[in-house]
Design a protein around this ligand. Structure first.
Ligand SMILES: C[S@@+](CC[C@H](N)C(=O)[O-])C[C@H]1O[C@@H](n2cnc3c(N)ncnc32)[C@H](O)[C@@H]1O
Length: 207
């Protein structure tokens, strides 16, 4: 009961607050402007990436977001920025989007939360046009055994308080398993709490 109320009412505000961090903004700056053409954003949250698109090369933006409050927040942000954002109340794992209909798919700090990331990546690959780009920045499994130990130990707690967020996902492996080909990959600790500071960012292609 408490968890239900927490996830429904409090969690969206916590997500909005933490995702507004200036270090994360620097990560957004590195990847989001690469998006072009018809863009799909996965788990748009409260819409922080909308400040970072290069609108001179974006035709239109669709987004998938299952949380009603976050849909409302990102829609509000889009209208403030005068952007025609089309949000679908669907999950990344199962959505009604047509095959090969997007040039770019953008995903930031969402693969940690999606319950079945392997399925989500297969869906991302399905909706990307041939040659289309999957553009990402995510936190995940750190390379140091000492950090991994604590990421694994504290994962259940993070999962409960962080709206389903996982500390220990191997992001490059999840992408690779889908068959997308990673062409740009940067990784490393960014400033912040060690358990969530290991980031992976880059671009993979559907070939
Ligand atoms: C930590 S937030 C990140 C939000 C946003 N991408 C950003 O960078 O600010 C994780 C997001 O994933 C969304 N999410 C959770 N499960 C999902 C799913 N199955 N499919 C798509 N999005 C999902 C959450 O509702 C939330 O908006």
């Amino acid at each position: 009961m408490f968890k239900e109320l927490y996830d429904k009412h409090l969690c969206p505000h916590i997500i909005n607050f933490f995702m507004d961090d200036k270090i994360i903004k620097k990560q957004r700056e590195k990847v989001v402007p690469k998006a072009y053409g018809r863009v799909l954003e996965i788990g748009i949250g409260s819409g922080h990436n909308l400040d970072f698109y290069d609108y001179s090369k974006v035709e239109e933006i669709y987004a998938l977001e299952p949380h009603p409050k976050l849909i409302e927040m990102s829609q509000k942000k889009a209208s403030q920025l005068d952007i025609n954002l089309k949000i679908l109340d669907s999950s990344a794992e199962e959505n009604p989007l047509e095959n090969e209909s997007f040039d770019s798919v953008v995903c930031t700090y969402t693969l940690c939360t999606i319950p079945d990331p392997d399925k989500a990546l297969l869906e991302i690959k399905r909706v990307l046009k041939n040659g289309g780009a999957f553009i990402f920045s995510e936190h995940g499994l750190a390379p140091e055994a000492s950090v991994q130990k604590w990421q694994n130990r504290l994962n259940p707690l993070q999962n409960a308080i962080g709206g389903g967020c996982n500390l220990n996902r191997n992001i490059p492996l999840i992408i690779e398993k889908s068959g997308l080909k990673t062409k740009e990959l940067d990784q490393g600790h960014i400033p912040g709490l060690t358990l969530i500071s290991y980031n992976y960012w880059g671009l993979s292609l559907k070939e």
